[in-house]
Design a protein around this ligand. Sequence first.
Ligand SMILES: *Cc1c(COP(=O)(O)O)cnc(C)c1O
Length: 261
Amino acid sequence: AAVPASASGVLLVDRAAIAENYRILKAAFLEKAVAAVVKADGYGLGAEQIVPSLVRAGARSFFVAQLDEALKLRPLLDRCHPAIALYVLNGLTPGTETLFADNTILPVLNSLGEIEAWSRFAQQRGTAQPAAIHLDSGMCRLGLPPDAVERLRGNPGALDGIVPTCILSHLACAEEPDNPKNAEQLAYLKQALTALPRAPVSFCNSSGIFLGRDYHFDLGRPGVALYGVNPTPAAPNPMRPVVRLLARILQIRAIDAPQTV
Ligand SMILES: *Cc1c(COP(=O)(O)O)cnc(C)c1O
């Protein structure tokens, strides 16, 4: 590959390497189901260019951050495969219920308020509505905090009309295998899951997959490792490189003191 004359640089994205990274992660996840996180336009590499390769490699669940990203990807995913689950991590913003349901996009419910809104919507429509439920096990960013989980335990009717297709939680320090936070989050998650109906559990981001089978549960949820970033920073990178930056050398100059640059 060369830099075209009209450009001073080119970023090359190797889609075959992304597909190979999906297979490497799936093998590390002991061949259980692995979703693909393609938020932020596929970590800046172009979600629409990447998604078909991931579907061909076997991905059947996708995660984005925002509903707008999901609305853009839904028709493409439908053309790739008839049964792709598409989740929005940022959750159910007020008034978006119809957009989610009519486009077969699944909200990740992050609070009791979102659970209440989705349950009410299901009852209004008269049909059960699928969704993921996000438990915060220590990341302290999004998801139900422990007190909300305990309120759900005491009031399972709050989930009426909701079909949980996935219960997810996010590791805060998985790239540090010796960090005690990992085991703390795992122990809390196991305890919190007893407050919820049974559903496939998704706990592992890229680095989490390499913490071993105790952390795996049912569905892997890697992002950055698909794109070649090392999920095990203390060890050699098991991923294939995906991105190559070529830049044109504009000029080479020979200079010497007292010249300055
Ligand atoms: C970004 C994100 C992921 C993917 O994490 P990586 O570290 O990029 O593998 C998984 N789950 C959630 C909730 C995220 O926000």
